[in-house]
Ligand binder design. Sequence first.
Ligand SMILES: Cc1cc2nc3c(=O)[nH]c(=O)nc-3n(C[C@H](O)[C@H](O)[C@H](O)COP(=O)(O)OP(=O)(O)OC[C@H]3O[C@@H](n4cnc5c(N)ncnc54)[C@H](O)[C@@H]3O)c2cc1C
Length: 431
Amino acid sequence: MGWDFETDAEFQKQLDWIDEFVQAEIEPLQFVLGSPYDLEDPNRERLIRPLQKEVQVRNLWACHLGPELGGQGYGQLKLALMNEILGRAPHAPTVFGCQAPDSGNGEILAHYGTPAQKAEYLEPLLKNEVVSAYSMTEPQGGADPKVFTCRAELVGDEWVINGEKWFSSNARYASFLILMAVTDLEAPPYQRMSMFIVPRSTPGVEILRNVGVGLEDKEGSHGYVRYTDVRIPKDHLLGEVGQGFVVAQTRLGGGRIHHAMRTVGKVRHAFDQMCERVLSRETQGEVLAQKQMVQEKIADSWLQIEQFRLLVLRTAWRIDRYKDYRRVRKDIAAVKALMPTVYHDVYSRALQLHGSLGASNEMPFANGVIDSFHMALADGPTEVHKVTVARQVLGEYRGTDDLFPTTHLPKLRAAAIKKYADVIERQVAVQ
Ligand SMILES: Cc1cc2nc3c(=O)[nH]c(=O)nc-3n(C[C@H](O)[C@H](O)[C@H](O)COP(=O)(O)OP(=O)(O)OC[C@H]3O[C@@H](n4cnc5c(N)ncnc54)[C@H](O)[C@@H]3O)c2cc1C
């Protein structure tokens, strides 16, 4: 029997340490630091670097990577258990060296970079000496990459890039961007594009705006980036010409499941807050927890979280087991499609049960509700992932040529009577 829902004792010790460390040392950082990606912030350097060293000493740095890249080769299941703790604190992934989009960009560079590129871009990225951005979505469309127009043309020994990209997160802090651009207008849609490394200091890379999300009232961190005659060396192409989508898949599979793992941590955190509140706040002579409609919210939240967590862990287990993202495409798409609903529902209920305090900016719930849309959009909208789930599931079935379904009861009954005709006659005879 291979089913097991227990964590081995040795690894549990690591998780216990991570849990305490995140609570004591990392959760408070969100109140004193700005973006975890802002390497120019001296306070960030003073506070985050020593914590990163502590994580390295405990061999917990960049656990999403294999040993050849300085990680532990933990695999996705252990990573899931770790990430659900890290999800609680916005600065935790950076302290543990597994923050998106650098983690995914690192995977691309590890797969497709030349030795020189690995030395120049990957090594400092893995050490968090630099940060990066992923520049794929365009202002006229993100869900359908076939509408992309940003062009890269080979002129002599250089690629010349022209076009605009939208929502390139952290572009303002990045020292390079991984960019997807059209290289062959005539090719079939999914062979039209290629992937490139673009150093941000290259002339012609211009951030038009740093767009914010939801309730943010200051400058945001999602770059609206214009590329005008940007010239990069020929070897800054990643993979082959026309392989942009194949290269993108290298990062998206892992990226989606890692977001889901951290989302488990976020929703559990909101759930803990919700439970504390309903056991503390009284109305009409009793605590909220005694009202049935409140109990329903607690039960619904717990059910959603546990179902989601099990799906995430099972998907992580399948990734480790099959080591082939194509074989777990349905599972990853399912996790991605479910994540925003669970996130949104749990944070909405937590907001509601905290009343006016919940709606205020003195609690994190309104931001969580907005952030659930981040999870519903980044790395592709929910609808597209549901289509993938449905297609993959339907691929496991066949239709019937019969007018009535194969499970039509009269048909099954007739078959059963035929199968047991002898026995039934004898039984009748005995009676
Ligand atoms: C917080 C955040 C961070 C992001 N970071 C990055 C980043 O770093 N780099 C990057 O390149 N992009 C990033 N994105 C962009 C993200 O990938 C896109 O938002 C996403 O792909 C959707 O594209 P769009 O916003 O243009 O929406 P559209 O393509 O205009 O789609 C709008 C809506 O139409 C519906 N829809 C679309 N297609 C279908 C379909 N096939 N069937 C049914 N309904 C459909 C969905 O409801 C969808 O949300 C980020 C987005 C957010 C919100």
